[in-house]
Design a protein around this ligand. Sequence first.
Ligand SMILES: Cc1cc2nc3c(=O)[nH]c(=O)nc-3n(C[C@H](O)[C@H](O)[C@H](O)COP(=O)(O)OP(=O)(O)OC[C@H]3O[C@@H](n4cnc5c(N)ncnc54)[C@H](O)[C@@H]3O)c2cc1C
Length: 662
Amino acid sequence: MFSPSPLKAALLSSALLLCTAPFPLHASNGNNRNHDNANPRPDLVQEPISHLLQQQQQQQQEQIAISSDDNANCRCIPEDACWPSPSQWSRFNQTVGGRVIATVPLASVCYPEDDLYDETKCAQLRENWHLTATHYLDSASVMNQFFARGPDGGRCDAFVEATSFGQTGEEVGKDDNEKKQKNQEGKRCSIGSNVVYSVNASSSTDFSHTMAFAHRHNIRLVIRNTGHDYLGKSTGFGALALWTHHLKDITFFDFDNTHEAAEQQKSVAYKGKAARLGAGVQVSDAFAAAKAHGLVLHGGNCESVGVVGGYTQGGGHSVLSSALGLGADQVLEWEVVIPPSPATGHAEPRLVTATPFNEYADLYWALSGGGGGTFGAVVSVTVKAWEDFETAGATLMFGAAGLQDRGIFVKGVQAWLEALPGIVDLGAGAIWFLLKDVLAVSPVMAPGVKANELKQAFRPVMDKLDGLGIPYASSFTDFPSFHDAVAAMVAQQNVTDANMGGRLIPRSLVTEKKGAEKLTAALDAIVSADGIVSGISVNIERARKLSKAYPNSVNPLFESAIHIGVFGFPYNHLDFAANIDAQDKITNVFGAALEKLTPGGGAYLNEGDPHQPDWQTTFYGENYDRLLAIKNKYDPEGLLYALTAVGSEQWVQQEDGRLCRA
Ligand SMILES: Cc1cc2nc3c(=O)[nH]c(=O)nc-3n(C[C@H](O)[C@H](O)[C@H](O)COP(=O)(O)OP(=O)(O)OC[C@H]3O[C@@H](n4cnc5c(N)ncnc54)[C@H](O)[C@@H]3O)c2cc1C
């Protein structure tokens, strides 16, 4: 029998720790930054505005303010004359109940030249860096550090060795003076492209005040929930963040919109249990609350991802997606603050409720799949809640170790791909990982299905593995409830420290022998270059029919996809140039190969290549033009910007970091 230990070792040795890891890759839960309460950064928040004023006054004395006229089409940044004065910030801070937080990058404790330098705290930070809580409890830290680096190369990275400053290629300048200066700069923690300030929002009123302030002062605004976004959408150079983490309300109630449903949409009207989730609710919060009510809410495999933010607004896949559809398919209503639009008589932000049947039906459609941080700031979402169900769970693992020829292992991988249709058609969602010498399938969950039925769906791949002489480990278990399956099968989740790309793999590719062969070869090329392939296999079309989902703006190519694929290479904290190289390979080598295999195909906007060519069609498919029209209707001045978000082509981030009209 196959022993799982080589697999565990392989995964442990991989720096690419995907959130969907089948094993608890780091046993430590020693995050001693116990600040998940109303004041998450007590050390910094107690007198946030005084810190902020001090900083600003110093800046004003030291710097010659740059005339905003030079950058009239740009958002203001801190050194600009148009940046709010200390007293304006102070008044704003009062308006939002003293909830403005000045960003101090977490890793400032790791820089010897920094006032906050503390060797012990730095060691703790490094130890806990992989924990998602290290970042989502902070008002600014983003998990993909690629996007925290400033336009001038400034950064504040916990893993940079102080002794290495001035020695790596990127810090060394052309001549000695430049080198010396760079060396000095590198020794100090730089805020880089982290947001400058955040508002720790406690209500929709804070949302409106923050949006109004950013609009009035022409400041870049981002919405930050957990900081999970792989494409850096929850941070921005010189930006103010609306931080939603502490809006944790969850209410369950009976919902009925059958009377509102237009005649042609009666078939999808909903009468049943529902839950209203505040903007800061994470998967673990939603699951725990649903369990207490004997219900199930849709959520990803990573317990720390925010349900209401990027996940549901960007689509949102889970092991339930072959049975219940995507996260966006669960939405009944959005409560959202939309940006000011003076030209249409709306000088201030407005709180509206968007449903499939009211005057904001277009906004409902766009928010349900068109991407986070784009159309408005969502205060809460109302989603379908399902009665808890029995769930079958499965795992399968095999490796190349002990085989005479690695080619045999690769044939086993192909057998797995060919077995996928039978598995997902049963209503299962299957998460799996491919490394150079290991395939790990875990967890697979099939709501309302018995373990022996699920085992039958796995029979073709297991027979093939037997025929090839590949030893494997498998398990098939009946769980009395979905929550029991989650408790038994979903491991601790970590930050994905990786450069990433992604592709939707159409079902037609694996149902045809030649296609499956080519796909296997393309995936094998990635893992042979020490990358990792992962993702989730699903049947969205089936689920949407069964669950009667409302039409929404999720890329229609999800329906024909059998696999929502991601692939990546480890993020290098010490050598930034290595990340640029990795990104280049992702876009131009491995991503390009997958595109060639899937012409006219798409990718998941939340788990894709940040440098994706033709991102509008790849991420949004045929919906892009309609989404853009809705964006221009509700946010005509482009207050909400994020990389690869709808309408972001109307803006350019200049070399100096300024966000300017294209
Ligand atoms: C470790 C890990 C595991 C993951 N697992 C899964 C998974 O199982 N399934 C899946 O589908 N995806 C998964 N993802 C991808 C995830 O869905 C995206 O990263 C998503 O953007 C996270 O949303 P967030 O709100 O938590 O994060 P953030 O980074 O805080 O925000 C993401 C985006 O949403 C916007 N946003 C946040 N809150 C709001 C709001 N209230 N109103 C409007 N816009 C808002 C932000 O501006 C930003 O554009 C995973 C990502 C990571 C890093």
